[in-house]
Design a protein around this ligand. Structure first.
Ligand code: IPE
Ligand code: IPE
Ligand code: MG
Length: 274
């Protein structure tokens, strides 16, 4: 199949799933942005404040990024709020983070709904209290049919957890005799991953200076463009976001093809000879 037809095939299929083997349409604006919001603690400590003050300011940075994404027409924003490893932090910090999450949930969901934003939470919610889970589910139900932006919050989330729970589901089916293990491919796992039906991130941003993925969306980041900035999360404003978008727009995504094939497809030839 020519590269050009794969481009058009992908633009159709990207609505429901995004196999990494296909080439997404050329786009200067990412469809899906995923962010590790790191550096809250250091932001606070450098001001002589308790770490939680950084987390509070971090919520404001989230608000600003959500509205910037809405204005720009970005369709999916996924934010890492609490990792499965963050339980290792001091108990008081964990408690404050969960409290802050609950408060933000109560304050923001209505506003998200007014702005036609769909809200979702992914992660192992079994560790959270029943009441918090119920508020999450209510927020998801309220905003389910909104279409401007899908905001996914990853809470008690880990990429390894996500892949393991999807594998567990396939194993159940194999044991029940409804799935032949020999037929399992990467696509078999996709429907059971927590980001199922959402295109893979085009752009990954990590603030705070660390250049690592810290167990975030391990499966989905396979071909995502990575952007690291030393800016601490509470300082990540619109102009910082613009800089990330400019960096993204200047990249050539090849997905295993040659640069010549990609250029040929973009200029309308089939790219077969590249
Ligand atoms: C990110 O900021 C927020 C969470 C992990 C919840 P940090 O709290 O990790 O900030 P630093 O990395 O210690 O500065
Ligand atoms: C990643 O940040 C998790 C979140 C931003 C929620 P961490 O600060 O926990 O990551 P490490 O420990 O430095 O890798
Ligand atoms: Mg950190």
């Amino acid at each position: 199949m020519g590269l050009k037809s794969r481009f058009s095939e992908m633009s159709e299929s990207s609505k429901s799933s995004t196999p990494t083997t296909a080439v997404p349409p050329v786009a200067r604006l990412p469809l899906h942005v995923a962010v590790i919001m790191d550096g809250n603690g250091r932001w606070a400590r450098s001001r002589g404040l308790p770490r939680v003050a950084g987390h509070r300011r971090g919520v404001e940075a989230v608000r600003e990024l959500v509205s910037a994404c809405g204005e720009k027409g970005i369709r999916y924003l996924t934010l890492f709020a609490f990792s499965s490893e963050n339980w290792r932090r001091p108990e008081t910090e964990v408690r404050l983070l969960l409290q802050l999450f609950g408060v933000a949930l109560d304050k923001e969901v209505k506003k998200l709904h007014e702005n036609n934003i769909r809200f979702r939470v992914i992660g192992d919610l079994s560790a959270f209290g029943e009441k918090l889970v119920e508020r999450i589910r209510q927020g998801e139900a309220l905003t389910r049919d909104n279409s401007a932006l899908t905001l996914t919050i990853a809470a008690n989330y880990g990429g390894r957890w996500d892949i393991s729970q999807a594998c567990r589901e396939l194993a159940r089916q194999a044991v029940a005799g409804t799935l032949d293990p020999e037929s399992i491919t990467a696509d078999s796992l996709e429907p059971y991953l927590s980001m199922s039906k959402i295109p893979e991130p085009d752009l990954f941003i990590r603030t705070g200076g660390e250049q690592r993925v810290s167990n975030f969306m391990l499966w989905q980041l396979a071909y995502t463009e990575l952007y690291f900035t030393p800016v601490l999360w509470p300082d990540f404003d619109r102009s910082q976001f613009e800089a990330a978008l400019v960096s993204y727009a200047g990249r050539q995504r090849r997905f295993g093809h040659t640069g010549e094939q990609i250029e040929a497809a973009a200029s309308g030839s089939t790219g077969k000879r590249a």
